[in-house]
Design a protein around this ligand. Structure first.
Ligand code: MLT
Length: 253
């Protein structure tokens, strides 16, 4: 499993979303590594973690846990964006004692709706027929706040490059893994660690209502709205996201 790592101190782990890789966390790795050991893995099949083996959201949590055990990086604060958040919630259920805190970014606890599951199948058909770029074409318009591509074109370009590079087989495996993941809403009241929830105020994929459900059900949780961000708040508004994470980590330490 490939991973980016920087800094020393208590461990912060960053789990990327779909169809992305650890490069989405560049701004967090460089800024937060001043006080923390930041580890950003590429999930199985993504980025430099080349693999054609199918996976589930739970097996991605197992992969992350095995890597962190190998690196002697447990317990950690675990952050996940979107699909990375699904993995973080699976980890929180399975490895609660190897967790110091949880950061859930532009994600949700609910499983896929019947229409959502159908949408996954359509996307599988299109990646099989036309490759990764077809998936990026479909997803790009929803990933960022409407004004981001014009106001900060380098961010849109960086995102597009990461999405285009995702192998088609991995996209297919991830769509199946997300489609078949369980609804985690009933598990939220059992999360015992301090939890920070972040959501872009323009997130159209996992909007504020999803974040509010997690805030209402996770006992020791707080929600911060990231202004001027869509679904990719760590890339779109890195200063706000880093400040919110830094404050949360400071209070934990
Ligand atoms: C992600 O950003 O990881 C995905 O959009 C999540 C999803 O499709 O459910």
């Amino acid at each position: 499993m490939s991973y980016a790592e920087k800094g020393s101190g208590p461990v912060l782990v960053l789990l990327h979303g779909f169809p992305l890789d650890s490069r989405m966390w560049q701004a967090q790795v460089s800024e937060l590594s001043g006080r923390w050991q930041v580890i950003a893995p590429d999930h199985r099949g993504f980025g430099q973690s080349r693999s054609e083996t199918p996976f589930t959201i739970e097996s991605l949590a197992d992969d992350a846990h095995a890597l962190l055990r190998e690196l002697k990086a447990l317990p950690c604060v675990l952050a996940g964006l979107s699909m990375g958040g699904y993995v973080a919630l699976a980890y929180a259920k399975k490895y609660p004692t190897d967790l110091r805190g949880l950061i859930l970014i532009d994600t949700k606890a609910e499983g896929d709706s019947p229409e959502g599951k159908e949408g996954r199948q359509k996307m599988i058909d299109s990646v099989r027929a036309e490759g990764s770029k077809a998936v990026a074409d479909q997803m790009m318009p929803k990933m960022l706040a409407e004004e981001t591509p014009k106001a900060r074109p380098h961010q849109a370009q960086a995102l597009r490059e990461i999405m285009d590079a995702c192998p088609p087989k991995t996209i297919e495996h991830a769509l199946l893994a997300m489609r078949d993941r369980p609804d985690r809403t009933a598990d939220l009241p059992s999360i015992a660690v301090p939890t920070l929830i972040l959501v872009g105020d323009r997130d159209r994929i996992t909007p504020l209502s999803n974040a509010q459900t997690m805030r209402d059900k996770i006992p020791n949780s707080q929600l911060t709205l990231i202004k001027g961000a869509g679904h990719m708040s760590p890339m779109e508004q890195p200063a706000q996201v880093n400040q919110a994470i830094g404050r949360f980590l400071g209070a934990l330490a």
